[in-house]
Design a protein around this ligand. Sequence first.
Ligand SMILES: [Fe+2]
Length: 182
Amino acid sequence: MTSSYAHAHPLPTQSPALRTLCDAMLGARGDPAAAFTALPAFRLADPAALLADLPQALRAGRAESYTRHVIFSDPQGAFTLVYLIWRPGQHSPVHGHRTWCGYRVLQGDLTETHYGWDEASETAAVCGGKVRRAGDHIAASPGLGHIHRLGNESDEVCISLHMYGVPREAIATGVNLLVTVA
Ligand SMILES: [Fe+2]
């Protein structure tokens, strides 16, 4: 399944919570992968405050697939911040990662299924899972050590906030490392 963009340009970042987060990340360009997992602005900020820059009209998502809205992208390309809107039944593909990344659930429940990588067969197999709830935060490293599939298996729309270590133009091709499932 692919995801879609509803906006050609990033949303205006005006809320204090997101401006604080973006400013903190801009100040941590030297090692953004380590910085963002420790940032109180990412880990501890009120989920509702972090959701403030997503207009109500965009919070319903789309019927075709889960939807991405870029909030902010570092002009020097160190990171990009994105909202994802998941309608019930919408899932990401199974993937590892081409970059450091992480997310927080801001609204609803997001089901994360974990997969283990088998070198011999070069396939991934389910090895567990967890339901992430509003406020939960998760980080992943580049490679095949954290293969997962995210999706909404609830009856309500879920919204999550994702940070990726790529410039905005690389979101579609530079984040997910797609794998074959056993
Ligand atoms: Fe991921």
